[in-house]
Each structure stands twice: as C-alpha cells, then as structure tokens.
Design a protein around this ligand. Sequence first.
Ligand code: GDD
Ligand code: MN
Length: 390
Amino acid sequence: MLFELGLALAALHFAVPLGYYAAAKRWLRRSWDIREDVRYTPRVTVIIPTYNEAENIVRRLENLLAQDYPRDRLEVIVADGASTDGTPEIAERWAREHPDVKVAVLREERRDGKAKSLNRALRLASGEVVVIADADALWAPDALRRAVAKLADPSVGAVSCVKKPMEARGIEDGYRGYYNALRVAESKAWSTPIFHGELAAFRRDALEAVGGFPTDIGADDSHTATLIALKGLRAVVADDVLCAEAVPRRGYHAWRVRRAQHLVQHFARILPAVPKAPRRFKPILAIETYLHLANPWLFLAAIALLAASALAGSLAAAGVLALGAALLAYKPYRTWAVAQAYLATAAVRNLWTKEEVWRKQDKSNGHAADGAMIQISATSDKPALKGAEP
Ligand code: GDD
Ligand code: MN
C-alpha cells in the first residue's frame, strides 16, 4: 500500500511538469504574435536599485550607455538603499563625467529593501516606459531597443529578458536553459508569471494601475508582471532580449533558497486570483502555481513513503529508491531534484522570514563578465534554448 501510494505520487510529480514541458515545446515552435515596432522610441526611465554595488555600478552604467537606444530618450535613476561601500558616490562621479546621459542618484537614509526604493524612484520617473536593471546584471547592446519595441503592441504591458549566468557554475547553467525555454514558451502562448529584475520593462501606466511594486513580498519583478497580466495585458519574456546575471561565488544555496522563497510568496499571493485569470493565462498560471507550491511536496512525500515501504521490507520500493538515487548522476534530473529541495526549503523558511531585505552575496566576477557579454551579443539573434531538459 505504501509502495503503491509512493509510486503514484512520484508518477504524478513527474507527469505534470513533463506534460507541461511537452506542451511548452510546442508553444516554443510558434512564431510571435506581437506587433513590434522599432520606430517606437518612447522616453524610458531605467531604474538601477543598488545596495553595496561599488564593484558593479560603473560596469552597469557603461553597459546602459552602450545600448543602441536614442540617448536623449533615456533617463537613469540609481536608487540606492543606504550602501556603505560608496556606491552612490561612484554613481554620482560617473554621472558628472557623462553629462550626455541623464543620471539621477537617489539616496535613502536607511536600507529599506529593493521594492521600496523602486517605488520612490518610480515617483520621479518621467518615462512612458520604466525598466528595472539590477546592478549586478548586464544587457546585450540591443536588449533595451528590442524590449521597448514589443511594448509598441498595445496588448503588451511588460517585457523581460532571458538570462544567462555570467559563469557556468554548478547546475546554474542547465537550470537556466530549461527555465528560459519555459518562460519564452509561456510568453508565446500568452504571458509568463515569472519575470527577471535583471531587465524588467513596464509600460508605466500599467505599473501604476497595479500600485507600483509590492513591498511586502520579495519577488517584486514577477509579482508586478503577473498583476499586469491578470489585468489582461501580456507580460512576456522575449528570446531576443538577452541579459547576463552574476552568480554568487559563495552562498549559492542560500541565494537559490532566498529566490525560491520569493517565488513561493508570489504564487501563494496569486493563488486566489487564478480562477479569475484571463482565459489564455489561466492554464499557465494554474500549472506554475501548482509546480511552485504543491509539486515539490509530492516528490518528498513519495520518497518518504517509498523509504517507509523499503524499511518494511519491500524490495520493489528499495529498487525504485535506488533507481532514483542512481539517476542523480544524470544532470537534468539532479537539477530538477535540487530545485524541488530549494522550493520545499523555501516554503518552510517563509514561515519565519520573508527575506524582504536580503543579505548581499559575493558576486564579483572579474573578467568573466566581459566574456559573457561577447557571448550574449554573438548569439543575440538566436539564443541557445535547445538542449534544455527538465
Ligand atoms: N535600493 C536597494 N535597497 N536595492 C537593493 C536592496 C535594498 O535594500 N537589496 C538589493 N538591492 C539591489 C541589488 O543591489 C541589485 O541591484 C538588485 O537589488 C537585486 O539584488 P541581488 O542581491 O542581486 O538579488 P538577486 O539577483 O539574487 O535577486 C533576484 O531575485 C529577486 C527576487 O527574489 C533578482 O531577480 C531580483 O531582481 C529580484 O528582486
Ligand atoms: Mn542579482
């Protein structure tokens, strides 16, 4: 009995994402039904939230300067959360040395979390389009232009990027390939509920209609995009909008757990709205909510039941567990299993801390970042989304 139940839960755990991924692969083959317009060059406000980004801020600003977007249509706000490493001073000096770009540096007295800084900056923003640019990320030179061109379509309210890790570290690379494919597929079908603060572009009126960025849950980027999608506009991750993000040198697991915590908070908050979601968004939102909130627990429950059954003498249960353990040598499976562990850990950790203000990870990348940019610009027409397995 334990054995059958364990097996059934394991089967369900894998069947839903595999089935979803099969559907997503079909969506991925579709062509985009968004009417882009590269002549649409509205005024854009780029907000860079910073907390102790002295190491990254100049590179971040230079990368913005290198965007092929009309410079007189661009405004940059560095929204600093009381950095103690001189970040705002460095940004101010850079602004003085580059009078041809409009850069404002906003300082807070106390560190108050990313989302509150974003909202303060939003009140000062003059752009029709507002773009979040995490300080530790870089964009391909055409990323901004391509993202904005999509906002020319009146059905689109928000656009985000596909992400590449700056350095292939541990499982991060495989993990990104699979999720990038999924985000793009969902976007082609309608909208994706997961956005990236590394580049998140919003139509400003849509952003204001949902009340700006949520300050009581961590996933400010994903939650805002989803609220916009729930209002009927599309929130898409586009495969020609590329960015590279820094992966921590140390504390990789803590970083992944914290981000999982933010996603779990996001989907828990979204759950009651799923039945009322626009028709084409509803299945996507329902499955992603299930995959983030419930599915990881099926995996753990299946392992527990099979272990109990094996202890009670079931050779079949021991065999299935041994097979599961052996499969860990297969990277896509290992990546998946680890992601389940992060999500489950995150749900439990959310019981006592929401990590609205989080510890700064060491993500210094040295010269690796330049390599990553060469890579993302070289592939900017066709990002590598293949070879990604769940
Ligand atoms: N103003 C301000 N105040 N900025 C902050 C604060 C703060 O208290 N904390 C972090 N930031 C800035 C960082 O300097 C960085 O530019 C950006 O916010 C993202 O912070 P990271 O520390 O790089 O976080 P991450 O890359 O792991 O975060 C990812 O997940 C978050 C949600 O879980 C990104 O996708 C973020 O965009 C997202 O908000
Ligand atoms: Mn980051």
